[in-house]
Design a protein around this ligand. Structure first.
Ligand SMILES: *[C@@H]1O[C@H](CO)[C@@H](O)[C@H](O)[C@H]1NC(C)=O
Length: 291
């Protein structure tokens, strides 16, 4: 069960990253219009630096997936005297209501634990030693999602993610647990992918954060700490910088739009002023043709 669950995570992580790799290199307008910021992708910015970071990222993700995940699973999955701590029976397979309730519970537990752990990891005394590694990515791409120091990965991601399951234990079906872990992994990939897909299913969650939300966290390295829901950030005013930034961007866009309109008006006016001479030229051409 340990091996199956570890592989479940690794396959999903690798598959998602490969899909995203395809999307990044396709550079198709359909996807590019969702890109969050105008910075180039890291491989287009500095190939050499990117190759070094990519190698390091792959190594880190490999270590996290093959060592940290199984170790944390041993701690959580087999917490009950080495008997798997979840419901396994086929007759207890959850209906969608139970499933939704358990997943919501896991999301709320994860979100609380993640928010405060994440803020703790940003505490300047310990930040340089652990969480700084994850922030090597200033613009986010999917591989950045699980690129973090092993301590960061276990305490900042895996344990908050497992918290709901630890509390529910045998009241949660193993299938629910598997789908929850898949959902959590996808959420962090979605949050780091560098695109704000308006059709991302995670945007349907009430008080949902977004990829742009988390991209702001990476580019400004402050505020917007939460994973699923924005309410802890709002409660502790950790997203006011982001909202101010959003407000400023909006104002700038409006200003530019106005300038563009004024410019277009000028051009149109000039064209109209020039219309008589244009008509004269056309008439001349006509007469020349007739001759
Ligand atoms: C989770 O599901 C179980 C049934 O599998 C149910 O008894 C329990 O109340 C649910 N818990 C929550 C918090 O949704």
């Amino acid at each position: 069960m340990l091996i199956f669950t570890s592989l479940w995570h690794i396959f999903w992580l690798a598959f998602s990253n490969l899909c995203m790799w395809g999307i990044y290199h396709l550079e198709h307008p359909f996807f590019e219009r969702y890109k969050i910021n105008t910075m180039p992708w890291p491989w287009n910015e500095n190939r050499q630096e990117w190759n070094i970071l990519l190698k390091k990222s792959l190594k880190t993700c490999f270590f996290n997936s093959f060592v940290c995940v199984p170790l944390t699973l041993i701690g959580t999955l087999y917490s009950d005297n080495f008997v798997v701590a979840y419901d396994f029976s086929v007759e207890n397979l959850p209906d969608w209501k139970t499933f939704a309730a358990n997943i919501t519970f896991c999301m709320l537990c994860e979100d609380v634990a993640f928010h405060f752990m994440h803020r703790f990891l940003h505490w300047k005394v310990i930040y340089p030693y652990i969480h700084k590694q994850h922030h090597q990515y200033i613009t986010t791409i999917s591989i950045a999602a699980e690129y973090s120091h092993p301590i960061d990965y276990v305490f900042g991601a895996l344990i908050p993610g497992s918290l709901g399951g630890i509390i529910l234990g045998r009241r949660m079906h193993f299938v629910t647990f598997l789908l929850w872990s898949l959902m959590r992994t996808s959420e962090t990939l979605d949050g780091h992918c560098g695109y704000e897909f308006s059709w991302s299913p995670y945007r349907l969650i009430p008080f949902s954060t977004s990829a742009a939300y988390h991209d702001f966290h990476h580019s400004h390295n402050v505020g917007n700490y939460s994973s699923f829901f924005s309410f802890w950030d709002t409660l502790f005013a950790q997203n006011k910088d982001y909202y101010q930034f959003q407000e400023k961007t909006k104002e700038l866009i409006e200003k530019l739009e106005k300038e563009k309109e004024a410019f277009n008006e000028q051009v149109n006016k000039k064209l109209q002023d020039d219309a008589p001479s244009k008509r004269a030229t056309e008439e001349l051409e006509e007469t020349l043709k007739e001759d």
